[in-house]
Design a protein around this ligand. Structure first.
Ligand SMILES: [Zn+2]
Length: 61
């Protein structure tokens, strides 16, 4: 598993885009917490802690 620091974070209006290899994920900050478009987040949400993309955005922010 790649470390969150290997991801490239691009801050955008209303959230951030996280590039991992050739894939782009969108992270948004909502009143209920961050949301990510990756499969891991779709399956687990924040119940098992944030995914590495959300972590990368937190590190970048
Ligand atoms: Zn994610």
């Amino acid at each position: 598993m790649r470390d969150a620091r290997d991801l490239v974070v691009e801050l955008t209006a209303g959230g951030a885009a996280v590039h991992s290899g050739g894939t782009r994920y969108t992270v948004r900050d909502t009143p209920a917490g961050e949301r990510c478009t990756c499969q891991w987040f779709a399956r687990h949400g924040l119940s098992r802690g944030p995914c590495k993309h959300i972590l990368a955005v937190r590190l970048a922010g």
